[in-house]
Design a protein. Structure first.
Length: 99
């Protein structure tokens, strides 16, 4: 894997460092994608397609561990809605077959 530190002309690199100083951006030359690493944990957090756009700052902020409760609540809400839709579909399909 060929990683080189990625610094952009829009200041996104510096804004990411403001979110968490241990974040680093790297360009993976093999995949031509930018990867976000947290050097405190030694692992890749996210991968972005080029070009890097300023809206990734919102994405990075929204997926921080500090927001885990909100993320899990949204996942549960979505799962509940999908479960209700699935039950409704089963009922509708059963009604079509038997009536």
């Amino acid at each position: 894997m060929e990683l080189i530190e990625y610094k952009d002309m829009y200041g996104i690199y510096h804004r990411i460092k403001e979110i968490r100083p241990s974040y680093k951006l790297f360009l993976n030359r093999k995949t031509n994608k930018v990867e976000l690493y947290d050097t405190n944990f030694g692992g890749k957090c996210m991968t972005f397609n080029l070009p890097i756009l300023p809206n990734i700052i919102d994405k990075i902020n929204s997926t921080r561990i500090e927001n885990a409760n909100v993320i899990f609540r949204k996942m549960q809400d979505n799962n509940s809605k999908n479960a209700i839709k699935n039950v409704q579909n089963v009922i509708n399909n059963a009604n079509m077959k038997f009536f």
